[in-house]
Design a protein around this ligand. Structure first.
Ligand code: HEM
Length: 217
């Protein structure tokens, strides 16, 4: 029998492959994004995670979604630290959300404070990704821009000692969700939408920061 976690992974596999191979994140890994493009990505994330983590605050006491809303995952303070390092003391002014970021944030605001299925879908797409390819992206970016740890705190989960074990427990929690088939289908569709919302942000960033950066040898 296929578990719900496996079903969710399979339902988003095509979108994931696209993100791995063609997105702005793939370019980050290839080292072809200029430094201000990386700062702009960090600023988009701040807008998105503020919404997601504000929803997590609401969901913390929800019997279904509450166990997912783990404070150890919280990314907003790390993103603020990163931006202050990347953009200086005036970093707040560098937070200029793109159209796609505003649309993503609006979706989170309108659905994730009240619907456990929507919240879990968005939570899964971001945090399980952050605990997977995200760790690799952090190490690669630190090297490309010679940042050390400064500027890439977002990619480090200090309070999660073993990401692999964490993801296993997370998948078990997904599979044990006490939701109807109808709600599970809503969750799957919302996760697919969450990938598309991310892809739209990456696409807009890609257009704003074209492929013309060669890191120092
Ligand atoms: C170059 C970019 C990326 C690489 C190299 C990458 C790599 C990976 C790898 C290796 C895994 C499997 C980890 C495991 O099974 O434990 C994974 C899982 C995942 N990634 Fe990515 N990823 C990338 C981009 C993204 C993006 C942009 C998102 C979402 C916005 C994302 C979301 C996810 C999710 C949700 C999972 C968990 C799948 C599951 O087990 O259910 N990834 N990623």
């Amino acid at each position: 029998m296929t578990t719900f976690a496996a079903r969710l992974r399979r339902a988003t596999m095509v979108e994931h492959r696209e993100a791995e191979t063609r997105s702005f994140i793939a370019r980050l890994l290839a080292g072809s994004v200029p430094p201000d493009g990386f700062a702009a990505l960090t600023a988009q994330y701040l807008v998105i995670y503020r919404e997601l983590e504000s929803a997590a605050e609401h969901m913390r006491t929800d019997p279904v979604a509450g166990p997912f809303a783990d404070p150890a995952l919280t990314r907003v303070p790390a993103l603020e630290d990163d931006l202050s390092h990347l953009c200086g003391p005036d970093w707040q002014r560098s937070v200029q959300p793109l159209g796609a970021t505003l649309r993503y944030a609006r979706r989170l605001r309108e659905h994730c404070h009240t619907s456990p299925a929507h919240f879990i879908a968005h939570h899964y797409v971001r945090y399980l990704g952050d605990l997977s390819g995200g760790l690799l992206v952090g190490r690669s970016v630190a090297e490309t821009y010679r940042l050390g740890r400064d500027g890439v705190n977002f990619y480090e989960f200090d309070r999660i000692a073993d990401p692999k074990a964490y993801k296993m427990t997370y998948r078990e929690r997904l599979t044990a969700l006490p939701l109807s088939e109808e709600d599970l289908a809503v969750l799957v569709a919302e996760a697919q939408l969450a990938f598309r919302l991310n892809a739209a942000v990456f696409q807009e960033l890609g257009a704003a920061y074209p492929d013309d950066f060669a890191p120092a040898a």
